[in-house]
Design a protein around this ligand. Structure first.
Ligand code: ARG
Length: 266
């Protein structure tokens, strides 16, 4: 019976290891040749219409997607979008599974410690979504004794935590925004907190039969302005500069405004 570390096995083992290592290096090679032909893998949680969504023919599309494609065209780099759950999106970047994130990500100080952000590309804010039958809800304070649905690990989640306390079981966390909104429709939560553009889009595209279940949107003065940024791994200076230059160029040549009209109307 061969010993577990028979010399020939050891050789085989080290060959396998170096193949693995080479493979891993290939993924993030710094040699200029492969940098140039490189396709950057972009993580996005495409259940966030009209920002990022999956079309009927199964393509990832939306404002963010068109925007980053336009930026990449200006910057001379290639992108490939990969649907990625929001909850693990920063992790996917840290693990090198993704190279860029565009997913309506709000720039926050805490996130800045984990990733580098582009210049802000979109102004956003949180809104409260509730139903006609919840006429007693007028602002964020009114949510305090109630059940709030949020998409897990989003700024809506952070706002609910600020209101109710981080470990409060009245905060119901969902994997996606559509799931949180479905729970509101079925009465499992009293309200949802989420990004304005996305909840507005949902409201306009989902007519409810039962008038009591019709959605109502509320703003609150306590909800501060937020800005979305495109994220890269910390220290990816060159890539970040390409993104920022591309962003400035699509803003300057009118592409950005055209996309706004395409996805949000005038
Ligand atoms: N703007 C919010 C945040 O950064 C929500 C983003 C959720 N994005 C998404 N594609 N589901 O936390």
């Amino acid at each position: 019976m061969p010993a577990p570390f028979h010399p020939r096995r050891r050789l085989l083992l080290s060959a396998t290891l170096s193949a693995l290592l080479l493979g891993a290096c290939g993924k993030q090679s710094n040699d200029p040749q492969s940098q140039a032909n490189r396709v950057y893998r972009v993580g996005t949680d495409a259940a966030y219409a009209p920002m990022e969504m999956v079309s009927a023919d199964k393509q990832i599309t939306g404002f963010d997607i068109d925007l980053l494609r336009a930026i990449a065209a200006k910057g001379g780099f290639e992108v490939e979008f990969v649907n990625t759950p929001f909850e693990s999106i920063f992790n996917s970047l840290a693990q090198n599974d993704r190279d860029v994130l565009i997913s309506s990500i709000t720039i926050t100080d805490k996130r800045r410690q984990m990733v580098d952000f582009s210049e802000p590309y979109f102004e956003a804010r949180q809104m409260i979504v509730t139903t006609q039958e919840n006429q007693h809800i007028h602002n964020a304070q009114d949510l305090i004794p109630l059940k709030i649905g949020v998409q897990s690990a989003t700024t809506g989640d952070f706002m609910a935590q600020k209101l109710l306390g981080g470990s409060n079981p009245a905060i119901r966390r969902f994997e996606s925004m559509p799931m949180a909104l479905a729970e509101l429709a079925s009465g499992g939560v009293d309200a949802v907190i989420g990004d304005e553009t996305v909840v507005r889009h949902f409201l306009h595209n989902n007519q409810v039969g039962d008038a009591r279940k019709a959605l109502r949107l509320l703003s609150d003065d306590g909800f501060e302005k937020e800005y979305y940024g495109i994220a890269v791994r910390k220290g990816e200076q060159e890539l970040l500069e390409k993104i920022n230059r591309g962003l400035a160029a699509v803003k300057a040549d009118g592409t950005y405004d055209k996309l706004k009209v395409k996805y949000f109307g005038s």
